[in-house]
Design a protein around this ligand. Structure first.
Ligand SMILES: C[S@@+](CC[C@H](N)C(=O)[O-])C[C@H]1O[C@@H](n2cnc3c(N)ncnc32)[C@H](O)[C@@H]1O
Length: 223
């Protein structure tokens, strides 16, 4: 997969994209990530990416031209162009799974009051990461990139870990424990020490249902 990110703050991505699983995925050539500085796609000497809103009002609006110019330059087949936007459809695990099927994702990170409405003519969809307002689309783009990349075949060492994660099958995951079996009196459930794999699987399923019922009953209603 190829991911292109259109941003006015490309350096923000350095830390996140060059660490951990995302870094490894790039090394293994499962994904290539390119950040594009929108200021490089302006045509004035001040490299202006924003301007005052028509009709007046507070704040600045991100200009359409730099985004259009950049999209033109990076256009290729199999591309899905996504605008990060609080007005978009809420991002979920199933969205990450769907997006992991594209050859090329393009993320447009907004800033200021928002983006010139005409950008909506240039994109395929809008995604929000939740009902709150962030300063810019960079953090949402990182969230999407991370969630999608870990689903790409061959990125995680053990692909089984994906099958039993929260939100798969509309359930939250069962609890985990590791050594020591007794930590200052807090004991690991006996069943996990039994070595009986069937019993352990049954216990995990029950715990998963119990946690989901308690914390996210709405997920169970989807069954
Ligand atoms: C300050 S916000 C603009 C909010 C806009 N005035 C509104 O009320 O909808 C600037 C940019 O941050 C990004 N952004 C902020 N919150 C977001 C969220 N919850 N999900 C996705 N993108 C978000 C978008 O790219 C947006 O264009």
């Amino acid at each position: 997969m190829r991911i292109d990110i259109l941003t006015i703050f490309p350096k923000m991505f350095d830390a996140v994209l060059n660490e951990s699983i995302v870094k490894r995925a790039q090394k293994k050539r499962k994904v290539s990530i390119y950040t594009h500085d929108l200021r490089d796609f302006t045509s004035d000497k001040h490299r202006k990416v924003d301007d005052r809103p028509f009709g007046g009002g507070s704040g600045m609006v991100m200009r359409v031209e730099p985004i259009y110019n950049c999209l033109r330059k990076i256009r290729r087949s199999g591309q899905r162009v996504i605008l990060l936007c609080p007005k978009g459809k809420r991002f979920k695990q199933e969205t990450a799974r769907r997006l992991s099927g594209y050859k090329n994702l393009v993320f447009i990170c907004g800033h200021y009051e928002g983006i010139d409405e005409r950008v909506r003519e240039l994109i395929h969809e809008e995604i929000s990461i939740g009902d709150y307002i962030l300063t810019g689309g960079e953090l949402p783009a990182m969230v999407l990139a991370d969630a999608v990349i870990r689903l790409l075949p061959g990125v995680l060492g053990d692909k089984n870990s994906l099958n039993f994660e929260s939100f798969e099958g509309n359930l939250l995951e069962y609890p985990h424990y590791t050594r020591p079996a007794d930590f200052i009196g807090m004991k690991v459930p006996q069943v996990l020490l039994s070595g009986d794999h069937e019993k352990i699987a049954r216990w995990r399923k029950q715990e998963s249902l119990k946690t989901t019922k308690k914390r996210r009953n709405d997920l169970l209603c989807k069954h």
